[in-house]
Design a protein around this ligand. Structure first.
Ligand code: ZN
Ligand code: FE
Ligand code: FE
Ligand code: ZN
Length: 268
């Protein structure tokens, strides 16, 4: 295993991940990582918004689970984060979440292209049949651009998530990619190399090499993410992610503590 912080992992509080933070931490140590960060799915202002996140009243319990892992694994640096859903109009709720604990970083993710359709939800796969893929990808990247511009996040999650099921537009996506990347560069938000894509139908790290190339050329920084929903997934496929980063030209990654960034060289 290569040394690289794994900055994206979940807990059972989101109702679709298995294993406690202490188990993820034990796995991280076993595979030779020295730094990880928990980023479970953020609660929404309304607990009945969907069924794949913690309730608002579980936020303290989440933080306590991460703090316990920090106490039990002093040899491992463990960051406290959240994977926050970005939806237009939710900004004040996100600021409210930010004020509740001393977070190390927030990942801003777009899963919802409308108030009711989370594009990566397998239960809603049939939605794709009645839509033009380019319209879906455009709506997604509009929101991702807004997330980058919001100033609410240090990192943008799985930047080309709509490819999850292998449904791609026929149109050239370069203009919508570029608009997002320009916003990320201007607002100095990092993007993650998320290896979960390798475990989905798309069989490719998020983002694609083409999108990552645009990010590199614009000076957008990167982090590394397994998006583990089970302890066995911690640090998974980081060899491939590092190779991709290096192939594109990246020489540095980021660390975050107290919502402040540190830029560090990639391992050789
Ligand atoms: Zn999840
Ligand atoms: Fe996500
Ligand atoms: Fe995630
Ligand atoms: Zn995720």
């Amino acid at each position: 295993m290569i040394w690289l912080p794994d900055y994206h992992m979940h807990t059972p509080l989101c109702r679709h991940a298995t294993g406690e933070p202490i188990e993820y931490a034990a796995r991280a140590v076993a595979v030779g990582l020295t730094e990880i960060g928990f980023t479970d799915h953020s609660p929404m202002a309304r607990d009945d918004f969907d069924n794949w996140r913690m309730r608002a009243d579980q936020l303290d319990e989440y933080v306590e689970k991460v703090r316990r892992a920090q106490r039990e694994f002093p040899q491992l640096t463990i960051r406290l984060g959240l994977e926050v859903d970005y939806l237009p109009g939710h900004e004040s709720w996100i600021r409210d979440l930010a004020a509740r604990h001393s977070w190390d970083y927030f990942i801003g993710s777009v899963h919802y292209v409308s108030d009711s359709w989370d594009v990566d939800n397998p239960a809603k796969l049939s939605e794709w049949k009645s839509r033009n893929p380019f319209e879906v990808w455009s709506a997604y990247f509009d929101r991702l651009t807004m997330a980058a511009e919001s100033g609410l996040f240090e990192i943008i999650g799985h930047a080309d998530l709509p490819k999850k099921f292998g449904i791609y537009p026929k149109e050239d996506c370069t203009p919508i990619f570029r608009r997002f990347i320009d916003a990320a560069a201007k607002h100095d938000v990092a993007i993650e190399l998320n290896t979960a894509g390798l475990r989905k139908d798309c069989r490719e790290i998020y983002p694609s090499p083409a999108l990552l190339q645009l990010a590199y050329e614009a000076g957008v920084k990167i982090t590394f993410a397994s998006d583990a929903h089970a302890a066995a997934e911690v640090g998974l496929n980081f060899t491939e992610a590092l190779a991709l980063a290096r192939r594109i030209g990246y020489t540095h990654t980021c660390r975050f503590a107290g919502r402040k960034r540190d830029i560090v060289p990639l391992p050789s």
